[in-house]
Design a protein around this ligand. Structure first.
Ligand code: ADP
Ligand code: MG
Length: 263
């Protein structure tokens, strides 16, 4: 099993405080890996460092076998795309225009010419994210669920091998959550895209991830399959919540929170 991303001794500090404390992880190619953990555990910090968005780290990060520092921004954009937790404003842009921005890495930095491959990639990204129907609408006129899929399409237009997502379903209603999670799984299954996603919903992690990385206080508390990592005991220890885990009629384990530990 080859690793598309490998971090060793990864340490990240911000504002004079160490946030990640020497993390060692491997992200296998072709799988869906979920990073989960309590608020403030360092999930976003980890994802951004792995995406190459934070050059001030110590330790090593290898992407496709090459140290991250050796990539140019353009090279990086050909390999990985990220859907960040905080979305940029897109005032005045149509859906198609915003998605086309995702192709900039593939067009020469000083060239405004876009070719058929760029247009095809934009069309494919909009179809895959189910946003073609409103391609000519301005992004700010869309609902939250529609807009989230537009930003997903923007990341997809890079046609990355590795897709990183930070809480892709936050603020979405349950139907939009499932739609986004299904698109992500299709990208993995049909296009072989490696998925690394921060998920805040443990039930989603159980249903949609092949592997789990559990982060606690800036360190890795556990890694493995959802069934190995997400046990009632470990959830109580890391999240401070007593849960009961059931298996639903589809054979998927689902956690039901019962009470705060000790109350
Ligand atoms: P998570 O995504 O797991 O909720 P984050 O990675 O966003 O956690 O943050 C982890 C910790 O690092 C938090 O305590 C947060 O306040 C702190 N932190 C993150 N980024 C910065 C920053 N730029 N400056 C100062 N502290 C930060
Ligand atoms: Mg976060």
């Amino acid at each position: 099993m080859s690793a598309v991303l490998r971090a060793a001794g990864l340490t990240v500090s911000a504002a004079g405080r160490e946030i990640l404390h020497g993390v060692d992880i491997e992200i296998p190619a072709g799988r869906r890996t979920a990073i989960i953990g309590p608020n403030g555990a360092g999930k976003t910090t980890l994802l951004r460092a792995l995406a190459g968005l934070n050059p001030r780290y110590t330790g090593t990060i290898e992407l496709a076998g090459r140290e991250l520092h050796s990539y140019t921004a353009r090279e990086l954009a050909r390999v990985r795309a990220i859907l960040p937790q905080e979305r940029a404003a897109a005032a005045g842009l149509t859906v198609r225009e915003l998605v086309a921005y995702g192709r900039f890495a593939h067009v020469g930095q000083f060239s405004l010419r876009t070719g058929a491959a760029d247009r095809d990639a934009v069309t494919w990204a909009m179809e895959t994210a189910h946003v073609s129907a409103f391609a000519e609408r301005e992004v700010h006129t869309l609902s939250g669920g529609e807009r989230q899929r537009v930003f997903l399409a923007m990341a997809l237009s890079q046609k990355p091998r590795l897709l990183l997502l930070d809480e892709p379903t936050t603020y979405l209603d349950i139907a939009h959550q499932l739609r986004v999670m299904d698109i992500i799984s299709q990208l993995n299954r049909i296009h072989g895209m490696t998925i690394l996603m921060v998920l805040h919903d443990m039930a989603h992690a159980m249903q949609y991830a092949d592997d789990i990385i559990l982060v606690r206080d800036g360190s890795i508390a556990a890694t493995g399959t959802p069934a190995e990592v997400l046990t009632e005991e470990r959830i109580a220890a890391v999240f401070g919540v007593e849960v009961e885990i059931f298996t639903n009629s589809r054979g998927i384990r689902v956690p039901s929170p019962v009470a705060l530990v000790g109350e």
